[in-house]
Design a protein around this ligand. Structure first.
Ligand code: IMP
Length: 419
């Protein structure tokens, strides 16, 4: 049996969580392969609305094994809370497993994230402040701690590491606000390191820490259907996004192999998820951004506020040049277009078709398409959509060059239309 990757084609927040939740019943193993608690996946199903940050969105299928795999970085305290929240709301979490190879975000990573951002001034990336970059940097620098290594280090080992790391940061960022509190801060860091350790032990005692790579490969060899759930999106992928305004992991489909331990030959289907317009959180280039009233309107209609940080998302028109690029980088075999309903009130909808380089840089070219001006919220069949909505979808498909097989018109599972 083959593996399916679900990947974001824009700047994250495309609605991947919703799509994974909807597809989950067809899969036996569901794997989150990159990123950490910077992600915010909103899932609305018959059990209510859930905001997941680390647990795969496939968790609502009680038959599936859900892995937070080796390519992810984890906040153990938040992870325990997330599992408790799910259990408290009656969601079975026994199928959840955390890779012993995943790296642990420790309090000095979050501190380093804040200090690094502050020191960049006007060039700040606008990170989520969750310590993602510094944790991956440690991993690449071979100075990080995997789940297994952090457990082995023990509480005392982590405290010592904490003192050393906080000392390094104090020297590096000497004089910055974050260090005014001196000892109090070191004390607080030690306390949080101890909490992170306790949470790892809790996960271990719950039998949640395992060799997920082996579990995933075994399932693959046994012919079980596997879904690999990407976090973030192609345009904020470390290698293929708008560097340096990116996250620090590989969110693209190729990262699904690195992050899960599955070989590339296992992947036969890549579902690209794109929103019917574009949003971006944090700094960095955004050619189709609307800084006027239309942008505010999209934000209000689409409720475009970050799931993790609550920040207002920057909003803009659909960028088919980016989507074409993203579909190519990921080898998308099909596309699911989300939040089409949000565009309903617009009389005219613009789409960026291509870019051309001139002396002043890249110029973005647009075309205008007529809106449908009829609510389509929660429509459940393709035939129920107004002709202008169908034309909009068809035009995006033509511009991207990959079939748009499904369109979402609302937050629930039933509002996903097969075309
Ligand atoms: P970091 O991942 O916290 O280091 O943030 C780096 C950049 O990626 C910032 O612009 C964040 O806003 C953005 N980012 C990180 N995770 C997500 C996500 O899940 N959705 C959307 N943007 C994200």
């Amino acid at each position: 049996m083959s593996a399916t990757v679900v990947v974001g084609l824009q700047y994250g927040d495309e609605g991947k969580g919703k799509i994974v939740d909807w597809l989950a019943e067809k899969y036996r193993v569901i794997v989150r392969y990159n990123g950490g608690p910077n992600a915010g996946h909103t899932v609305v199903n018959d059990r209510g609305e859930f905001k997941l940050h680390q647990v795969p969105s496939g968790i609502f299928n009680p038959e599936a094994r859900c892995c937070l795999a080796s390519g992810a970085v984890i906040d153990s305290v938040q992870l325990v809370r997330e599992l408790e929240m799910l259990a408290g709301r009656g969601v079975a979490t026994e199928g959840f497993g955390l890779s012993e190879r995943a790296h642990v975000i420790l309090p000095w990573h979050q501190l380093a994230d804040r200090l690094s951002e502050a020191s960049r001034g006007g060039k700040a990336i606008g990170t989520t402040g969750r310590g993602i970059g510094p944790c991956y940097a440690d991993k690449v620098n071979r100075t990080g701690l995997s789940v297994a290594a952090a457990i082995e280090a023990g509480a005392e080992g982590l405290r010592q590491e904490c003192d050393a790391r906080v000392g390094q940061l104090a020297r590096l960022y000497h004089g910055q606000d974050a260090f005014r509190t001196g000892d109090v801060q070191a004390q607080e860091m030690r306390h949080r390191a101890a909490e992170a350790y306790e949470a790892l032990i809790t996960l271990s005692l719950m039998d949640r820490v395992s060799d997920t790579d082996a579990v995933i490969r075994r399932a693959w060899k046994a012919g079980d259907p596997i879904m690999l759930e990407g976090a973030q999106g192609t345009m904020i992928d470390l290698n293929y996004g708008t560097y340096p305004y990116v996250s620090s992991s590989t969110s693209t489909a190729a990262g699904a192999c690195i992050g899960s331990g599955l070989p590339p030959t296992a992947i036969t289907r890549v579902i690209g998820v794109a929103k019917a317009y574009a949003t971006r959180v944090g700094a960095g280039p955004f050619p189709t951004e609307l800084t006027d009233a239309s942008g505010d309107r999209l934000r209000a209609l689409g409720k475009e506020f970050g799931t993790t940080t609550g920040r207002p998302r920057r909003c803009g028109w659909f960028d088919a040049a980016d989507a074409r690029y993203a579909a190519e980088v990921n080898g998308a075999t099909e596309i699911v277009l989300t939040k089409l309903d949000v565009l309903s009130p617009f009389g005219t909808i613009r789409v960026a078709t291509h870019r051309e380089r001139d002396a002043a840089g890249d110029a973005t070219y647009y075309e205008e398409l007529p809106g449908w001006k009829t609510p389509i919220d929660g429509a459940t069949s393709w035939s129920a959509l107004p002709p202008a909505a169908k034309r909009y979808v068809a035009r995006l498909e033509e511009l991207i060059g990959v079939p748009i097989t499904h369109v979402a018109t609302g937050p629930g599972r039933q509002a996903i239309i097969e075309r």
